[in-house]
Design a protein around this ligand. Structure first.
Ligand SMILES: NC(=O)N[C@H]1NC(=O)NC1=O
Length: 177
């Protein structure tokens, strides 16, 4: 089990250590953690989570697209090669995406490709808050949206993923130190 950090420890970290620890709160985007560092001290878990959300909200649209592009396709090539980050692998596993039937795999691959071709960024959804059936439904429905709407939905999903990843690293109980 990975070490859990108390907020008072987090508030005292230098930016190098902070970025090492929180660099994948947003998938493959350590620059977001490096920006969040300067928003310390955090009074509670909520304010730390909000700092990640605020940095994401402040990004221009083209960089938000870049953040989405740092996410792997669900049950895509990286999953098949077993080269996902440990966070993404656990999330995809929890949703049942690493255990698809041949038909489900083909359906998801086809929709990953058509979504990408329409929006030029991958379909992003918080896998831990969904199951494979809702993901397979959502990837079809969301292709009806326009690009601006999908960019916003994608970033909101990144925030949900970030909040759950943060919960795995931050000790929620008060430190007695
Ligand atoms: N494409 C996509 O949604 N990927 C992400 N979703 C999630 O919960 N973890 C991921 O890596």
């Amino acid at each position: 089990m990975a070490k859990l950090y108390y907020l008072d420890e987090v508030n005292n970290l230098g930016y190098g250590e902070f970025t090492d620890i929180f660099g994948n709160i947003v998938e493959h985007c350590p620059v977001i953690a490096a920006a969040v560092w300067s928003r310390r001290p955090f009074s509670d878990f909520r304010s730390m989570g909000k700092a990640f959300c605020d940095v994401l909200d402040d990004l221009p649209g083209c960089v938000k697209e870049g953040v989405l592009r740092c996410h792997p396709d669900l049950a895509g090539r990286l999953a098949q090669m077993d080269t996902l980050t440990s966070e993404s692998k656990n999330e995809q596993k929890t949703a049942g995406l690493l255990d698809l039937s041949v038909e489900e795999q083909l359906l998801l691959s086809k929709n990953n490709a058509s979504y990408m071709s329409k929006f030029q960024f991958p379909f992003v959804i918080c896998a831990r808050e969904n199951k494979k059936d809702t993901i397979l439904t959502n990837i079809v429905i969301r292709q009806e949206n326009c690009k601006d709407v999908e960019l916003n939905i994608g970033i909101e999903e990144v925030k949900k993923i970030a909040r759950l990843r943060l919960m795995n690293i931050i000790e929620m109980h008060q430190s007695n130190i």
